[in-house]
Structure formats: structure tokens, C-alpha cells
Design a protein around this ligand. Structure first.
Ligand code: 4AD
Ligand code: MG
Length: 430
């Protein structure tokens, strides 16, 4: 019977064959412990000289790291390992003998690992991060499908820019100028007018010259957009969604969080509703905390966000930012025209902004005024303005950065480990 490592618990005391790679090995004169991996998991296989043909034992002892094998043996419960099962080997067949593998179980520098990202992905920690990433994606679809959202795919090649024109990747679109999408939002607003509640999940691109542990050039965003939903209602959906992600990861990624040595008590104590503070209050808080230079109207950097987050155990919404530091489409506050109905959700533990969202301007004349202020003209934007002509309604939406969320839930230090092949300021390879 050919099975995967993940199926081993269903085959206790049975003889099975697994296709695997050798991740690591320890051996003495009489016994070899092989650490197997097959993509679905990691498991130890025990090869005992006395139970097996001499030739097979010698093959096992001499296996090089990353050699691929078909390995046969009995699955046995093993209470000492986190996985809970191991294999007592009866036979072994080499498929391909690996050459000297560059990533040994020793420590390696970051640049070296990044240059070998195509191989680094095989390691236990990277495997765990990718599994958590997958769980967040899976849980996202479950959450929004259960709430009656329709998945909509906005274009990647666009002529318009949602988040300002300075950080765009330009490309030729035959004779026209095009950009790689910074956000699907403008299209999602059109989709919400057709389908009510919609969400997108796709790659977005920002030519940001920032080299921080939170910024990628290419990252994936989940962007829900909701008809007839006002700002406050959107915040409740955001916190329910984030709670659902946390609970799904805690429930379905126990082994992975263990491999990553994540302090899960920090995730377990998170509870909705999340605190909401205004931008004005955030400025006051920062001043109290010794940020003397910060002034009303400034945008927050990573140290500011971290200082604010450290005042709370839960993620915190900062609401009502000054209109001048936010995007053109945000609905003004009903009582003040200097701030807008928006919120950034700041994760605890220094992981920074994981969600940015707002209510959108739905009044045609006001949007037209914003167009003039921002110099938005031409066919790239006309269609978006036109949405405000035919039964315009209050609506809100937000964008959750997948990699920031993966970094937070896994507890990894740097965002580069949260995506299979990160695109960074100085890195396009592999
Ligand atoms: O705050 P942002 O720029 O918001 C938008 O793009 C809106 N149009 C979303 C919407 O309302 N539909 O980006 C949203 C989120 C951020 O909160 C952050 O989590 C993530 O995207 N993000 C990045 N993640 C990694 N690297 C970068 N360079 C990122 N820039 C934004
Ligand atoms: Mg933002």
C-alpha cells in the first residue's frame, strides 16, 4: 500500500510504502534513524541491522541528504515525537541519489538561504510556514463563502491606480501605458454593485523603495467590498474575519505552530471586539510614549505602529486618519472634513498594519471634486466615477495583506519567509 506521511496515523501497525526524501540521518553500527519528508509531513524511520538484509542496511546508512526513496515498513505509534508515529523499515529503494546538498542541517546566513530559496523551501520551518499560509487562504474562502460573498477576480494589468501613482510598476500594453495592479479595489467596487458582497484574492505590486521586514514588492491581498455596508459595520466584519483566521490556524496548524515554536498563548488570548482608537488619540498616545517629533498630519511608521500596538494585547483599529495622508476615494467623516472614515488594523507584537480599509465616497459630485484635487482624468478613471451615477449607495471594503498576516500568526521575524518566492527591493531570483 502506497501512502503519504500525513496518512500514517490511519495505518498504525500496518506495512506501507512511502515515497520520500531523506531530510536528515543519524546512525550507529546497528541502527539508523532516517528523518523522512514527503511534502505532506515529516516522520522518522528506524532501520535496524538485525531486522533487515545487510545490503538494505548499508544503503540506508549511506543515504545522502535529499536522496529520494521508496521506503517500506510498519507504521508504529511513537509517543515521543510530535507527529506521534514512526516507521520500522523492512525495505528501501533509492529513486535518485542526491548530490552534495548545499543546505545542511547547520546554520546558514540569510543571503545564502535566499539564494537557495528553491531548495530552502524544503526545510521543516519553511514547510510549516507554507502550510500556515495555505490554511489562512483556505479559511479565507470558508469565511467569505459562508457569509454569502462572491469571489471576483479583478485584472492584474490596469490603466488606473488606487493607491497613488508613485509606486507603480509600468509596462507596455501594446501602444498604451499600463501598470501592474496595486489593489483590485476600484474594480471590486464595480463588482459589489453587481453582486452585493464580493472578495478578491490576488497578487498586487508596489514599486516601494522600502527595505523593511514588512514590505514586499509583490504581495497577495484579500479585498472584500460590500454594498450597503457602512464603516462601523465593516469593522465588525474585519474583526470576525481576523478572529476566524486565528482560530483556524490554532485549530488546524498545531504541528506547524509547534515546529515554528510560536508562543500560541499570545494568539489564544485575542478576542473580538478589538479596541478602536482615533488617529487623534494615537497621536496623543505616541506623544505620551516619548515620540516628541510626531505631529498631527504625519503618517505612522513602523516604530509608531509598534508603540501603539504594544499598548494593547489585541489587534487595534486606528480610525479616522487625516484625509491628506489617505487615498482619494475615502468617505469624509460626517462631522469633520479633515479626517476620513477609514481604519488600519495594527497587529500585536510589532507585525504592523495587516488591514487597510474604509468607507468609499458614493456621492458623484464629491468624487468629482476629489478627481480634480488629485488630477485623475481620462478613460482610466471615468468608469469608476460613473459607478456613482446609477443608484449609488454607501459601501465599504478593506484589504488584508496575506504575508503580513502569515508573519504575525507564524511569528516569523521577516516577511520574506512568508511567500514561496519573495520579490524584494534587491531580489528577483530565484
Ligand atoms: O493599506 P493598503 O495600501 O490598502 C489598499 O490597497 C486598499 N485599496 C485596500 C482596500 O480597501 N481594498 O494595503 C492593504 C494591506 C495593508 O494593510 C498591508 O497588510 C498590505 O496590504 N500591504 C503590504 N504587504 C506587504 N508588502 C507591502 N509592500 C504592502 N503594502 C501593503
Ligand atoms: Mg495602508
Amino acid at each position: 500500500m502506497k501512502i503519504t506521511i500525513s496518512q500514517a496515523p490511519d495505518y498504525n501497525e500496518k506495512e506501507v510504502t512511502i515515497g520520500a526524501w531523506l531530510a536528515n540521518k543519524r546512525s550507529s553500527g546497528k541502527i539508523a534513524f532516517l528523518q523522512l519528508r514527503d511534502g505532506t509531513g515529516f516522520m522518522q524511520a528506524v532501520v535496524a541491522k538485525n531486522d533487515i538484509e545487510e545490503e538494505v542496511f548499508q544503503t540506508a546508512k549511506n543515504l545522502t541528504q535529499e536522496t529520494s526513496i521508496y521506503i517500506t515498513g510498519k507504521i508504529v505509534e511513537d509517543k515521543r515525537s510530535a507527529f506521534g508515529y514512526e516507521m520500522h523499515v523492512t525495505n528501501l529503494e533509492v529513486i535518485h541519489e542526491a548530490e552534495d546538498y548545499p543546505i545542511t542541517p547547520k546554520e546558514h546566513g540569510t543571503e545564502f538561504l535566499m539564494d537557495h530559496r528553491h531548495l530552502w523551501l524544503r526545510s521543516k520551518k519553511q514547510h510549516a510556514i507554507m502550510k500556515v499560509r495555505n490554511e489562512i487562504i483556505r479559511a479565507t474562502y470558508e469565511f467569505f463563502n459562508n457569509q454569502g460573498f462572491v469571489k471576483v477576480d479583478p485584472p492584474i494589468l490596469t490603466a488606473s491606480s488606487a493607491e497613488g501613482t508613485t509606486e507603480l510598476f509600468h509596462t507596455k500594453y501594446f501602444d498604451e501605458e499600463a501598470y501592474l495592479s496595486q489593489s483590485g479595489q476600484l474594480y471590486m467596487e464595480a463588482a459589489a454593485m453587481a453582486l452585493g458582497k464580493v472578495f478578491s484574492f490576488g497578487p498586487t505590486f508596489r514599486a516601494e523603495k522600502s527595505k523593511t521586514r514588512r514590505h514586499l514588492i509583490e504581495f497577495w491581498m484579500i479585498e472584500p467590498e460590500m454594498a450597503f455596508i457602512e464603516h462601523e459595520e465593516s469593522l465588525v466584519i474585519q474583526e470576525n474575519y481576523v478572529m476566524f483566521l486565528i482560530q483556524s490556524v490554532l485549530k488546524n496548524c498545531k504541528l506547524e505552530l509547534d515546529v515554528l515554536e510560536r508562543d500560541i498563548s499570545k494568539l489564544e488570548k485575542i478576542q473580538a471586539p478589538f479596541p478602536r482608537i482615533t488617529y487623534d488619540e494615537a497621536i496623543e498616545l505616541l506623544k505620551e510614549k516619548g515620540f516628541d517629533d510626531i505631529e498631527w498630519g504625519d503618517d505612522f511608521g513602523a516604530p509608531h505602529e509598534t508603540a501603539i500596538a504594544d499598548s494593547f494585547d489585541n489587534p487595534v483599529f486606528i480610525v479616522n486618519y487625516p484625509k491628506d495622508i489617505k487615498a482619494f476615494y475615502m468617505q469624509p467623516h460626517p462631522d469633520r472634513d479633515d479626517v476620513v472614515l477609514c481604519a488600519d488594523l495594527i497587529a500585536p507584537e510589532g507585525y504592523g498594519e495587516v488591514i487597510g480599509g474604509s468607507e468609499r465616497i458614493h456621492d458623484y459630485d464629491l468624487m468629482k471634486q476629489r478627481y480634480e484635487e488629485h488630477g485623475l482624468t481620462g478613460p482610466a478613471y471615468e468608469w469608476y466615477l460613473e459607478l456613482r451615477k446609477y443608484g449609488s449607495i454607501p459601501h465599504s471594503g478593506f484589504g488584508l495583506g496575506l504575508e503580513r498576516t502569515v508573519a504575525w500568526l507564524t511569528g516569523v521575524e521577516h516577511i520574506r519567509e512568508t511567500i514561496p518566492f519573495p520579490r524584494l527591493l534587491n531580489r528577483l531570483h530565484p
